[in-house]
Design a protein around this ligand. Sequence first.
Ligand code: FAD
Length: 385
Amino acid sequence: MGNTAVVVGGGIGGLAAAIGLHRIGWDVTILERSPVLEDAGAGISLAANGLRALDELGVGGAVRDASRGQYTGGTRTPRGGWLTRMDGSALEKAVGTPIMGIPRSTLHRLLRKHLPAGSLEVDTEVTAVEQVGPGTVRVDCGTTALEADLVVAADGIGSAVRSRVLPGHPGPVYSGSTVLRAITEHAVDVRADFELTWGRGAEFGHIAFLDGRAEWHAVLSLPAGTRFADPLTELRRRFRTWHDPVLALLDATRPEAVLHHDVNELRAPLPAYTVGRIALLGDAAHAMTPNLGQGACQALEDAVTLAAALGAESTVEAALARYDAERRPRSQAVAGAARQAGRMGQRLSHPLAVALRNTAMRLTPSRAATRMILRHHVWVPPSLN
Ligand code: FAD
């Protein structure tokens, strides 16, 4: 069994994969095209499965200490009525933790802190990846090239490695939704740790952080590429009649802090997560809509599963076959469930359909709602020891 790996991409998935490989004794190099590495994408919520993966990587304690448990909140209508209440204590009782909210830049910094020294090369774009022998992959980055026993493609939804090794796959498509989000400049009295409000074809939500600031997001069903000259003014206009603290969150935000991205996904599932000695991981393998808050959690599961398989199996080939078999069905099922949650949530716009959905949600007992959330959170990581 070889023991050198190149990880393409230094996002949450790539950093986690590198930490996992290092923990099982592999030499790892991470190549990241951005000159500065800090995932600026506002905030993130981590469910029990993602946190357990972080525990196995040795990062869980630090992440929990820097996160805020999402104990209170739920799903609301624009006037403020409750459709479901979230019970963080019930989640904690069932799986040991509520969902945790953390700024992405903090999560990224904590992952970087756990990397082996000197393993991260920024400002290095991978231009080609090629299997050059039965056990060797070459990675080209501009004028230099590296050889390794394994390449982990963690280069995100637009993965160039995926296009190269699975040329028949159609690639990402627009989900129909565009998302604006930001972290407030200062603490805001949001009362609930987490809220999601569904109007017709629109969603507004927030996650509160440990220091009292919060991340908010607004999701709109609009044509791809729609952009606003003054996003905060546009959002105040669209959400002016919505309940507190929607406007307070917008008012606490600097205009330059607002990020705006179209939400894309890999709607056609990949036929394989490994090709030769190349393993696809995270959004490169299964980019999903954010409706269940599971994309990064699934990337963390990938990272631990890959490292555990390489640590346990006697050949790289056997380990990669195990990785594919363990990760593809689960991550693709979660991606399908996320798409479905979007269809029944923010994307629903017909008044009758919205009324029926709201009635069904109001009638669902909170224990049943908790059980539905838990379906995706229950995951036991394989051991890296
Ligand atoms: P990325 O984060 O995309 O990282 C890929 C990296 O590869 C980048 O740094 C990029 O610069 C680099 N790269 C690309 N090409 C090359 C190249 N050729 N050479 C070198 N480097 C390259 N998930 C959750 O679990 N919880 C949430 O609450 C949540 N909320 C979300 C909200 C929104 C609005 C969105 C859009 C997503 C959300 N997600 C959430 C999903 C989550 O953000 C992603 O699944 C996760 O960040 C994917 O990580 P990744 O490392 O696979 O990919």
